[in-house]
Design a protein around this ligand. Structure first.
Ligand SMILES: Nc1ncnc2c1ncn2[C@@H]1O[C@H](COP(=O)(O)OP(=O)(O)O)[C@@H](O)[C@H]1O
Ligand SMILES: [Mg+2]
Length: 238
């Protein structure tokens, strides 16, 4: 498996304020990788810096062999680096269909929009049923599915999910994570997931990283991290 994302010595923050310190992480094609950490650990900052929404203070982000550290976010998105923001950030007063269409914002995605819409609708039948409904009226789980589906409309190679389990009932968390796993298994997708929901995120990934106060403390297989006494004590109340 080759590496699709390689982050090295990445430092980032807001203005003078440092948040991320010397982050080294990589994701191989076809993998699901989780970065887990508490509220405020720097998970969202990490994703925003990788996409280029936030400019790195130093370090490098290689995506699909290209240095994207200096590129604007829309350029990285057109290369297939697509983020599903926390809460989904759908447009509540637009329909499900309109939200999905907005996901096809670069040229190639627009050219294949009809085909991709059919695929996405058959993968998420609930969205096909609700296509004319306002996105603001979806349930939490449906909203998250719609956000993932909108990201699929951008033809991602790497999908980065920011806390997709936030605010969902446990059964919906399982459902959304299962769908993401199916997308990886069947559509050639690769996933980088950031989560506070440590147990679910480590259960669903091949590899994970523990992020604390802007630093990566540990890495290993999901199984190993789930069994790690420090991880259990700090994040799983055991
Ligand atoms: N726009 C911002 N301006 C200044 N500080 C921020 C901003 N967004 C987040 N932070 C700070 O950066 C740190 C990491 O935040 P964040 O990346 O959102 O963490 P997480 O996603 O893990 O909860 C926190 O201390 C937070 O207060
Ligand atoms: Mg966050």
């Amino acid at each position: 498996m080759d590496t699709i994302l390689n982050v090295s010595k990445l430092c980032s923050g807001y203005g003078e304020l440092p948040v991320l310190h010397d982050i080294d992480l990589h994701v191989k094609r076809g993998e699901i990788v989780s970065v887990v950490g508490a509220n405020g650990a720097g998970k969202t900052t990490l994703l925003l810096t990788i996409t280029g929404h936030l400019r790195a203070q130093s370090g490098q982000v290689l995506f699909d062999g290209q240095d994207v550290s200096a590129e604007p976010a829309h350029a990285a998105a057109a290369r297939g680096l697509i983020m599903v923001p926390e809460g989904g950030r759908l447009f509540p007063f637009m329909t499900v269909l309109e939200n999905l269409e907005l996901g096809a914002y670069h040229q190639q995605a627009r050219a294949q929009m009809k085909h991709n819409l059919d695929e996405v609708m058959s993968f998420f039948p609930i969205l096909a049923e609700r296509r004319q409904q306002l996105a603001g009226r979806l349930s939490g789980g449906e909203r998250q599915m719609c956000a993932v589906a909108r990201a699929m409309m951008g033809m991602p190679k790497l999908m980065m999910l920011d806390e997709p389990s936030l605010g969902l009932a446990p059964i919906m968390v399982d459902r959304v994570f299962e769908l993401v796993k199916q997308l990886v298994a069947t559509k050639g997708l690769t996933v980088l997931l950031v989560e506070q929901n440590v147990r679910n995120a480590l259960q669903m990934c091949q590899r994970g990283y523990i992020l604390e106060h802007g630093q990566l403390l540990k890495t290993g297989s999901g199984e190993d991290l789930l069994r790690d006494p420090d991880v259990q004590r700090s994040y799983m109340g055991l």
